[in-house]
Design a protein around this ligand. Structure first.
Ligand code: NDP
Ligand code: HSE
Length: 438
């Protein structure tokens, strides 16, 4: 083995929550890491435009211009943890062109520009490792690329945004205010620099893009993900769902069907008995159903300095081991050989088939429900359950319906007709429902 005892030199670009966490972890667990790697991993250069009071860099060289780190000839691996898709893209591209390996937590960058980045890395013979990009400390990338390599993956569904799950849990279990909890998630280091990415579903869509590529061997196609966030969820719907035996979770779902691949992120009713239904707080979980192993579930902290640093450092260990072996890329970046990626179509949302929770506000008059069920039936939609609540003071009756599986296009048409009825007040609330039975 080459260079067994020579330290691997790392440059960290961005010294915020994740960069600071990785810096500290490499020092705290240095001995254990060296025992696993066969040689020490040391941070020898940091790029940060200001100091991080939670991360004392001591004698390590710090540059205010992040490109000084990228161009440092002594660095073997660049850890890109600055975020964003402009400067970060340049940092990663420059690092690859100089023959440096890259470890990144930047799911936005990979979901939007990963196809070119991985192609360049393969050409230059370097690794771009990204375990931290999805589900924080849960090693789901390794699972999909290596652990399940013998399987044909049919579908996966995940709670893949820690901030969103934390907000939903605090609001629903403790009745706290949305913005107060969001602020707390930011101060705990869970949220994205732009927290609308967390609450509007963009971050989960970035992660789902990556998971779907690894699961099905397709190129990264972020723009084709249907995305809905959690900002319109109400405590009322959560309570009604619970009466019917369901929890509402914000899920990313990727499914192979005969017509094409579903890629969607939205709030989802899930039977409360499912394990994934009981994943709360900042925890993430990904349920993967594949043949022949069947369902497997991966759970753990989805955000924060320690869990994300765990994933970053695990990637550093992997890359350092591979450097010592002098081997070529051990595992393809997107799990499948680059020339074996296929172009299976991604379905538009109105082609997707799922079940639904509908909540209507109806005038308290005879025959209204009959009208609603007639419209549903005309569109081939079967009802699974109906819950009619006591009339509000103004004579408005909340009606909750659960439907069987139907194509979204039929549901869109039915909702438009129901909303046009004189006795239906307000918009119909629609939340998709998945039984997640394997
Ligand atoms: P932070 O905002 O805490 O840290 C980002 C750091 O990068 C800051 O130090 C920031 O400096 C620096 N930075 C950003 N742009 C530049 C620039 N142009 N030049 C120099 N420095 C720059 O973010 P996180 O650590 O939370 O996230 C980093 C990455 O990790 C993101 O891609 C994020 O999506 C990902 N990630 C985050 C997780 C988490 O739990 N926080 C989990 C998994 C992935 P300054 O402070 O001056 O702005
Ligand atoms: N903002 C992200 C989240 C960080 O809350 O899940 C982890 O990717």
């Amino acid at each position: 083995m080459r260079d067994k005892q020579k330290a691997v030199r790392v440059g960290i670009v961005g010294l915020g929550t994740v960069g600071g966490g990785a810096f500290r972890l490499l020092s705290e667990n240095a001995d254990e890491i060296a025992r696993r790697t066969g040689r020490p991993i040391v941070v020898s250069h940091v790029g940060a435009r200001r100091d991080n009071p939670q991360c004392l860099t001591g004698s390590v060289r710090v540059s205010r211009d992040v490109f000084d780190v990228v161009h440092d000839p002594d660095i073997d691996i660049i850890v890109e943890v600055m975020g964003g898709t402009t400067t970060a893209r340049e940092v990663v591209t420059q690092a690859i062109l100089q023959g440096k390996h890259v470890v990144t937590a930047n799911k936005a960058l990979l979901a939007e520009h990963g196809n070119e980045i991985f192609a360049l890395a393969e050409k230059q013979g370097v690794y771009v490792a990204f375990e931290a990009a999805v589900a924080g400390g849960v090693p789901i990338i390794k699972v999909l690329r290596e652990g399940l390599a013998a399987n044909r993956i049919e579908w996966l569904a995940g709670i893949i945004n820690g901030t969103g799950n934390y907000i939903m849990t605090e609001m629903l279990e403790k009745g706290r205010d949305f913005y107060e909890v969001l602020k707390e998630a930011q101060s705990l280091g869970y949220a994205e620099a732009d927290p609308s990415f967390d609450v509007e579903g963009t971050d989960a869509a970035h992660k789902l893009t990556i998971l779907a590529s690894l699961a099905f061997g397709i190129p990264l196609q972020f723009k084709k993900v249907y995305t809905e966030g959690i900002t319109r969820l109400t405590a009322e719907d959560v309570a009604y769902a619970s009466e019917l035996g369901y929890h509402i979770k914000h899920l990313g779902i990727a499914r192979r069907t005969q017509q094409g691949i579903e890629l969607r992120v939205h709030p989802t009713l899930i039977p409360e008995a499912r394990l994934i239904s009981n994943v709360h707080g900042v925890k993430n979980a990904v349920l993967v159903v594949s043949h022949p192993v069947g369902p497997t579930l991966y759970y753990g902290a989805g955000a924060g300095a320690g869990p994300t640093a765990s994933a970053i450092v695990a990637d550093l260990v992997d890359v350092a081991r591979a450097m010592a072996e002098g081997a070529g890329s051990r595992v393809p970046h997107l799990a499948f050989q680059p020339d074996a990626l296929d172009d299976t179509r991604v379905l538009a949302m109105d082609e997707v088939c799922t079940a639904y929770y509908l909540r209507l506000q109806a005038n308290d008059r005879p025959g209204v429900l009959a009208e609603v069920t007639r419209i549903l039936s005309q569109h081939g939609i079967s009802i699974e359950a109906i819950l009619q609540k006591a009339a509000h003071a103004a004579g408005r009756v909340p009606v909750i319906l659960l439907t069987k599986v139907v194509q979204e296009a039929a549901m869109n048409a039915a909702i438009a007709e129901i909303e046009a009825l004189e006795d239906i007040l307000d918009h119909v609330v629609r939340i998709r429902l998945e039984n997640l039975d394997a």
